[in-house]
Design a protein around this ligand. Structure first.
Ligand code: GLN
Length: 217
């Protein structure tokens, strides 16, 4: 099983390192061809405005949306969360409107550009998650189909999940926190081989379908 890490800009090396530590093969994704055979994708922190330009320039927009539509897990951290949001309150157009949330960029103000915090995230276990916030966004609106995974002590929502898409406003990968990546790896292996009883749904548009070239046209 291979998990892609969008490697256009930003903190992608750290995600690849966490995956390696878990014994999962991480693939840096720079071009559409790099997405071949990946069962999940991580969108790292960095600068969302730069990343959106590079996503368009390298033709990654449609193939990434397609991967998500097929049900592969997507996990965005910080700028990655912004890229996955349906609404960006600063007026930017959405990139991959997969999470029914509204985010505010750089929401913590200049004097606290960066900070660390502990949060309860029952989805990943009993021990609190340690997160690093770097010019982080916050989630200002959460749609009805979105699960809130974590809040700060002041109540601000900083991690969410909607079906196969997870996002955190913070960087777990900079704090030695590996449980989100484990979860993504588990979801990716289930995407690869849906379990008995999970509806026995094969993923009809997956590789098997793509492997049949429409020859002769
Ligand atoms: N402030 C950045 C943005 O708006 C995100 C920062 C980060 O990813 N650490 O894109």
């Amino acid at each position: 099983m291979r998990i892609g890490v969008l490697a256009l800009q930003g903190a992608f090396i750290e995600h690849l390192d966490v995956l390696r530590g878990l014994g999962v093969e991480g693939v840096p994704v720079r071009l559409p061809a790099d997405l071949e055979g990946v069962s999940g994708l991580i969108l790292p922190g960095g600068e969302s405005t730069t990343m959106r330009k590079l996503i368009d320039r390298w033709g990654l927009h449609e193939p990434i949306l397609e991967l998500a539509r097929q049900g592969a897990p997507l996990f965005g951290t910080c700028a990655g969360m912004i890229l996955l949001s349906k609404e960006i309150l600063d007026g930017d157009e959405p990139v991959f409107p997969l999470l029914d949330i509204a985010v505010k960029r750089n929401a913590f103000g200049r004097q606290v550009d960066s900070f660390e915090a502990e949060m309860d995230v029952p989805l990943v276990g009993d021990t609190p998650v340690h997160g690093v916030f770097i010019r982080a966004p916050t989630v200002e609106r959460v749609g009805p189909d979105v699960d809130v995974l974590a809040r700060l002590d002041n109540g601000r929502v900083v991690a969410v999940r909607q079906r196969n898409v997870i996002a955190t406003a913070f960087h777990p990968e900079l704090a030695g926190e590996t449980r989100f990546h484990r979860l993504v790896a588990t979801m990716a292996s289930e995407f690869d081989e849906p379990r008995e009883g999970a509806g026995r749904r094969r993923h009809p548009t997956r590789r098997t379908a793509k492997a049949h070239p429409e020859g002769g046209r």
